[in-house]
Design a protein around this ligand. Sequence first.
Ligand code: AN7
Length: 413
Amino acid sequence: MAHQECINCKTTYSVDEIVYFCKKCGESLEIKFDFEELTEATKTSDWRAKPFSVWRYRPFMPIHESTDIVTLGEGGTGFHKSKRLGSQLGTKYLYIKNEGENPTGSFKDRGMTVGVTKAVELGAHHVICASTGNTSAALAAYAARAGIRCTVLIPSGKIAYGKLSQAMIHGAKVLQVKGNFDEALEFVLKLAEKHKDIYLLNSINPFRIEGQKSLGYEICEQLNYEAPDRIIIPVGNAGNISAVWKGLKEFHQLGLIKKLPKMTGIQASGSAPIAQAIKTGSDKIVPVDYPETIATAIRIGAPVSWKKAVNAIRESGGTAETVTDVEILDAQKTLARVEGIFVEPASASSIAGLKKLIKNGTINKDENVVCITTGHGLKDPDTAIKQCETPIEVDANISIIEEALGLKKNIQY
Ligand code: AN7
C-alpha cells in the first residue's frame, strides 16, 4: 500500500528496505501511499471510533497489519483554547497544542512509536540517533520498551538535564561528541552506513515522520474536521513542520478537511538558516557553523529536512520568523503564568513568533491560530529557575512568614 520515494528524483524503494537517502541522487525519502488504497483502507476501518492517539491512525501508517506495535500511549495531547493569552497578544482564536503531554514529554514520541515499531518489524536489535536531547529521551524509552539496544550521540556543551536523565535512566549508551549537533548527526549517519545492523532513527528516517504527521491529523480533528488558518511550529532539524504538513495534505486529499493552513516556522535567531532562506526568497539554505541559542533543542545549524520545510512553508503560503533568546524566555514565562502551561524554551519560540508576527502585521486578529508547543518545561528546569525569583529562606515563624508575604499581621478573619 505504501513505498518510500525520493523527494527529488522520485526513485522508489520498498517499505521493507533499509535505506535513508536516495541511492541515485542522495536526497531524502518520504513515504507515499497508493491513494486509492488509502482511501479504501480509511473508509473500511473503524479508526474514528478509537481514542485520540497515534495508533487511532493505524490505517494511515506504513506498518504491516500483523506487526506488534511498540507503544507508551503517545498522541492525544491537550488542545487548549487560550483566551487569556490570545487577548494579551491581540488575537481572538488561539489554541495551544501541547505536545509536552506525551509519554516522554515531547512530540518525538509520535515519531518514535512508529520508528521503533518499524525497527522491530525490520528485525533490528540496535537503534541509534544524534540528538539535542528530546529525540534521545524518546528513542531510549521506546528501545527499552522494545527490549533492544540504544545508542545516542549528543553534542558537547549544554544539553538540558531532564532529557539527559531520561536517556540515561532508560539504559541508552550516551556518547557526548566534542562538536555540535550537526557533527554528531554526521557520525550517526556514518555508523548506520557502515554497520548495517544499526538502525538509524533521526528524523531523516521517513517512518518517524509518519508518526509525527498524526499531529496534523489530530489538530484538525480537535477543531472538528477543520484546519486552522495558521499553524506555528518551532523549527530545528525541520522534521516536524514537514511531518505536520504531510499529515494535513493527506487529510485534505482524503476530503476530511476543506482547506489547508499557512505553515509558519519559528527559529531561534542564532540558528535560523530556514527562516533566512524564506526571508531572502532563496532556494538554498546557508548552514550556520556555530549555532547558538538558549533553546538548546533547536540549536541546529544545518537542518537535514530543510527542503521539505521550505517547501511546506512556500506551498502553504506561510512564513518563517526568527526570535531572540530574550523573546523566547519572555514567551515561556508568559505562557506559564497566563495559561498554566509550562514548556521548554524551544517550544516557547512558537509563542514568541506569534507575538512578533502579530506586531509586524503578518497575522491579523481574526485568524484562527494554533501554536504547537513541542516539549515539557520540566525538560530544562535550570533555565526556568534562572528566570524566577529565588525562594526566600525564612524562620519557621508565622509572623516572619506573614511579613515575607506582605500580609498584615494581627487580622482575625
Ligand atoms: C522541544 O531532540 O532535534 O524541527 O535531537 O526537542 O523536527 O527538529 C529536537 C528538536 C522543537 C525541533 N522543539 O523539531 C532532538 C531534536 C523541541 C525539540 C524541535 C525539537 P524539528
